[in-house]
Design a protein around this ligand. Structure first.
Ligand code: FA5
Length: 352
């Protein structure tokens, strides 16, 4: 028995020494195989000596053998951790050079159109216009009927709009009423708005004059994408209603706005135009690289629209305008293709 105990104690001491002496994973593995190897390991050989221990001593010898097994395994694992830990420290030391400049993190930016919206809001705020909001999902009353757009008008063609509900009972063919006052008259159809002029109606319906607001947001059209058109784009609507607003005020506001946003050297011209909801109407262009580009429509609010929202056209008068936000941003930053805004090209977007 004492011979057996001497053997296993010697084995424990030898294994501890071998594991501690191991300097790397390879030498540790060699020591592990030497002592703990399943077939020819030294622990296995000593274990075989248990057979020669007298029967009465076997329980105590077996107990000690199990203890030694655990201690050898623990010594191996301790060395395993010792070898792994300094390697990590070394990696950290190597990677950390305090003299190097710090790693720059790429910080996200607001989309150029969002930045433009913020700037336009700021400029118009200085001209006394406050912000009004309206929904993108609209009914026909706000998108067209209250804006004096009759059912026959091509702007209401289902092929030119993104209708969401098909509940249109009355179509251009079977309804000739010039101004339907409620959505039921047009079948309660809903669509994603094609212009921000919808917000004019919503504001006037709920607010007594005077009014001086802008509304910025997305609009949707079935236009095919090209360099200056996109099926989803943003508009800035403006509305000024009071007792003595004139066309001269409209032109002054649009010029002041254009100079503030595009710079003092911008050339703006107004062309006579037609919108069902303004009379007279104009289109506003800026000069860019030798060509005139239309950036918005405007005009004096049609008396029919004023009546539609419950105002008395003999008492109040006003102007409205709707400008293309992308077209303004393009001129400002010399962007020649509107599609760039929506390609999600981070290199392009990161410039602004
Ligand atoms: C309108 O949408 C009128 N609601 C504007 C208005 C408001 C007139 C109030 C009178 C009073 P128009 O369809 O022309 O008008 O669009 C206005 C501007 O939106 C255009 O001048 C242009 O700058 C921009 N725009 C129109 N279609 C697109 C498109 N598909 N992609 C990008 N911008 C567009």
């Amino acid at each position: 028995m004492s011979e057996f105990l001497t053997e296993i104690d010697a084995l424990l001491a030898a294994s501890e020494a071998a594991f501690s002496a191991a300097e790397d994973a390879e030498s540790l593995e060699a020591a592990r195989i030497d002592f703990l190897g399943a077939k020819k390991g030294r622990l296995k050989s000593v274990q075989k000596l248990l057979g020669g221990v007298p029967k009465e001593d076997k329980p105590a010898a077996g107990k000690r053998l199990n203890e030694v097994k655990g201690l050898i395994q623990a010594a191996f694992e301790a060395s395993q951790q010792r070898i792994a830990a300094p390697a990590n420290d070394a990696a950290i030391t190597e990677a950390f050079d305090p003299s190097l400049p710090g790693a720059t993190t790429r910080i996200g930016k607001l989309h150029p159109i969002t930045q433009t919206i913020e700037e336009l809001t700021d400029i118009m705020g200085r001209l006394g216009f406050s912000v009004a909001l309206g929904p993108e999902v609209e009914d026909e009353r706000h998108n067209s009927e209250a804006l004096n757009i009759s059912l026959e008008h091509p702007a209401r063609d289902p092929l030119d709009n993104f209708y969401l509900s098909t509940a249109r009972k009355n179509t251009a063919k079977n309804n000739t009423a010039p101004n339907n006052k409620n959505t039921a008259a047009s079948g309660g159809a809903t669509l994603i708005r094609s212009q921000t002029s919808t917000v004019q109606i919503r504001v006037m319906e709920n607010t007594p004059p005077p009014i001086r607001i802008i509304s910025l947001g997305r609009v949707y059209r079935t236009d095919e994408a090209d360099k200056t058109h996109y099926p989803m784009f943003h508009q800035m609507e403006g509305l000024w209603i009071d007792t003595d607003v004139t066309m001269a005020d409209l032109k002054t506001v649009l010029r002041l706005f254009a100079v503030s946003y595009l710079g003092a050297d911008v050339h703006v011209r107004f062309r006579p135009s037609f919108f069902p909801f303004t009379e007279p109407s104009v289109e506003a262009d800026y000069l860019w690289n030798g060509a005139w580009v239309e950036f918005g429509g405007a005009g004096m609010v049609d008396p029919n629209v004023l009546k539609e929202v419950g105002y008395d056209p003999e008492e109040v008068i006003g102007f409205a305008f709707g400008l293309g936000v992308e077209r303004l941003c393009m001129r400002r930053h010399n962007i020649t293709d509107i599609r760039e805004f929506y390609r999600n090209n981070v290199r392009f977007l990161h410039q602004f």
